[in-house]
Design a protein around this ligand. Structure first.
Ligand code: SF4
Length: 179
C-alpha cells in the first residue's frame, strides 16, 4: 500500500520525522477517542440508539465506548426533554466530568425546550450548562446526530491546549456558577 503525504514546508519534514505542534497532536488524539456520556431522557434517546447501531455505527469515530460514569467521559450528549427539576442533576453530572469536556444538545427539547413551552420544562440546557453544539430536529435523524458529533470533533481538533486555563473560559464557567 502506498501512502502519500502532503508536502511539508521546508525544515519541517524529512526522512523519518514529521514536525507538528503539540496542540495539534493532542487535538487529533482527543478528537478520535471521545468517550460520550449519553444523558437520554426521552424520544431523542431512541435516535441515539439507532446512531449507535450497526447501520450508522458511531464506533467509526472512535466513540464506541459509552461512559455512564461522568468521571470517565469527555462528551456529554443530552437527548430529550429536561424538566426543571432535572436541571441541577444535569449540572452535577457536568461538573463531575473532568476537563476538557464538551456538550451536545441533541434535538429541539435539549436545545430550547422544543414544543414543551410549559412551567415545568427547562427551555434549553444552556440555561444550566455551557453547550458547544446544538443539533436541531424533533427528533433529529441519526445523520444529524453524526453531523453534530463531527462538529464536536472539529472543535476538539482545533482547540488550543491552553483554552481551559484562559480567563474567557473561567468567565464562562463563572456565568453558570460552576467553578
Ligand atoms: S425534540 Fe422531539 S423527539 Fe426529541 S425529545 Fe423532544 S419531543 Fe422527543
Amino acid at each position: 500500500m502506498s501512502i502519500n503525504a502532503a508536502e511539508m514546508p521546508e525544515g519541517f519534514g524529512g526522512e523519518g520525522f514529521y514536525a507538528t505542534s503539540m496542540s495539534k497532536a493532542i487535538g487529533l488524539a482527543r478528537a478520535n477517542s471521545i468517550w460520550p456520556l449519553p444523558f437520554a431522557t426521552s424520544c431523542c434517546g431512541i435516535e441515539f440508539m439507532a446512531t449507535m447501531g450497526a447501520n450508522y455505527d458511531l464506533a467509526r469515530f472512535g466513540m464506541e465506548r459509552l461512559s455512564f460514569s461522568p468521571r470517565q467521559a469527555d462528551l456529554l450528549m443530552v437527548m430529550g426533554t429536561i424538566a426543571k427539576k432535572m436541571g441541577p442533576i444535569l449540572k452535577q453530572v457536568y461538573t463531575q466530568m473532568a476537563e476538557p469536556k464538551w456538550v451536545i444538545a441533541v434535538g429541539a427539547c435539549a436545545s430550547s425546550g422544543g414544543i414543551f413551552d410549559t412551567y415545568s420544562v427547562l427551555q434549553g440546557i444552556d440555561k444550566v450548562i455551557p453547550v458547544d453544539v446544538y443539533v436541531p430536529g424533533c427528533p433529529p435523524r441519526p445523520e444529524q446526530i453524526i453531523d453534530g458529533v463531527m462538529k464536536i470533533q472539529e472543535l476538539v481538533k482545533n482547540e488550543p491546549a491552553r483554552r481551559r486555563y484562559s480567563p474567557e473560559y473561567q468567565h464562562l464557567l463563572e456565568k453558570y456558577q460552576i467553578g
